[in-house]
Design a protein around this ligand. Sequence first.
Ligand code: SF4
Length: 683
Amino acid sequence: SADPRAAGVRTTCGYCGVGCTLDLVVRDGRIAAALPARDGPVNRGHACAKGRFAHGFLTSPERLTRPLVRRDGRLEPADWDEALAAVADGLRRAVDAGGPDAVAAISSARATNEENYLLQKFMRTVIGTNNIDNCSRLCHAPSAAGLTASFGLPGGTDTLEGIEQADCLLVVGANPVEAHPVVGARLLQRALRGAGLVVADPRAVGLARHADVHLRPRPGTNVALFHGIAHVLLAEGMTDEEFLRERAAGLDELRETLAAYPPERAAALTGVPAPHITAAARLYGRAERPAVVYGLGVTEHLHGTDGVRTLANLAILRGAVGTGRGFGINPLRGQNNVQGASDMGALPETLPGYGKVTDPGARSRAEAVWGTPVPGRPGLRIPQMFAAARAGELRALWVVGEDVTATDPDAGRVARALETCPFTVCSELFLSGTARRADVVLPAASWPEKDGTFTNFDRRVQRVRPALAPPGGARTDFWIVHAVAAALGADLGCPTPAAALEECGRVTGLFAGITHARLDEEGAVPWPCPDPRRPGRARLYTRRFATPDGRAHLSAAPYLPPGEQADDDYPLIMVTGRRLDHYNSGSMTRRGGNLLLAPADLLDLHPDDAARHGLRDGQPVLVESRHGRARLTARISDDVSPGQVFCAFHFPGSGVNRLTSGHTDTATSCPEYKVTAVRVDAH
Ligand code: SF4
């Protein structure tokens, strides 16, 4: 068709953070085709298998279509009135017993911006607490903290188009070929057309095969690696002196720190040969337009925020951010709306637009719009919520669209927290492990059934439009939050998603120029966009950075070891991540029915380690850590280094997150998923 909109309902893919535009063609109440839009601003006619084919879950007979309420210890079907009354009663009792801070909610980086906005508004204005967090706590919280400390705002500094003009790509701790396939293909294309490519990842990820230099640091040693590269940049004069003088801060302190990280010492700490560190530094340092792209291999560490900041150091040293001489530093977001959920204020320390809850000015701006006081004490982060529940201090928890028993670390303790908490509510598509433990389960809608917006990895706000009605009695989270507020006698205002985004624009200038009507006209608008008559800013910084002094701030944080080390009892280091065929806990992709799916979680094991432990390819293995055990199937592969193993967490039954530790990033409480000491035996 000449008009791509005529092909179906135009919307934004709800899987990863790339934000591909799809035209959903519906026949007989099912998605007959998901066509990648040729004029999609990010994907330009491309999409991966998940976006194109993984829709079977929508009509799965396992979808929740009625609320469930626990009676005499069993979850039983109920109508919405009964379920909402039970939720209101449970929340009221918790507040009566422990005050507003005895209630918490986990919002969702899978939900729309408008749903996140509404839930944080509900928690702050109806319950009266800042105990609201979202699952970006588990992935990119260190990006938000690190990028804000370095440059002033919690977003990537450039766009995909910019990255595609780079003449050197430094891709760190990411496997975009599998986890962000459309971006992975673009990066590969750029490298094949001549851009230098440095890949820093312990595994031989897809892009590494095409890299000029592949650095394979021991998990947990990123800061030492980045300092080693920075040392060479300084020692060999590959820095932008004018930029550092005029627009950066912290060079003297960094110089002092870097004196201790010549390539030979960085090599000893990371296991990466010194000549490789030097070669990577020269490739990045001599490029005219370098770009950094990174993923959760940088953030999900005990010192993840230091990792983000010391990686940002490289772009600052080169003057490759905010100058037009490079494309800065750009995080790849795992879930579709990681950026947006945080932008909308579903965080315990910040309001929509990142004003701090401790800042009276930021609070009064929100209060003027909401017409009610906003609490000034920062709320609990997700790991703190579970700890508070186990300690008997948290009396009600609402989990939206996340199976925390499968995806949060040290899952045994998470399950105990849910079982200890006197009242839990779960909004879900399926009866997940979290839903099975809830007192009330609310059947929720999925992304092809919703109206609203998502914000992708390069800060583009894009429309989400419903192609299908939710099945049976399932409802959107937007409807559910309104209904729970009404059951408590409150009116949240903003009756439609469009009205919610407009209201958010009155709370913060960051999105004030972005409305549904404008997005319907223009397709995508990046933030910051304070003015409806002007374009959003694709390149985040030009003349000034958004720090208080307008400068980019270098970090002199030293390398500190990860939370776990291998020893005689647990001789291997496990890294977790995603594989191409599935998505996170697999609740959608395992029910697709039309993908050639990997049927189980596999444990990648180096041939030397397999020989040492007498293990064969395809053999069932028992994996044990200091925290729990899991049963997996061995896959012998030299994609992993000796002494390391890798597995995904797509099958909750395998219990991979019972193995991961409770160690979290010292700045943001993001879990250290990337470093767990384990042992592996046949079983
Ligand atoms: Fe969806 Fe990401 Fe695949 Fe694009 S690359 S189709 S956004 S899962």
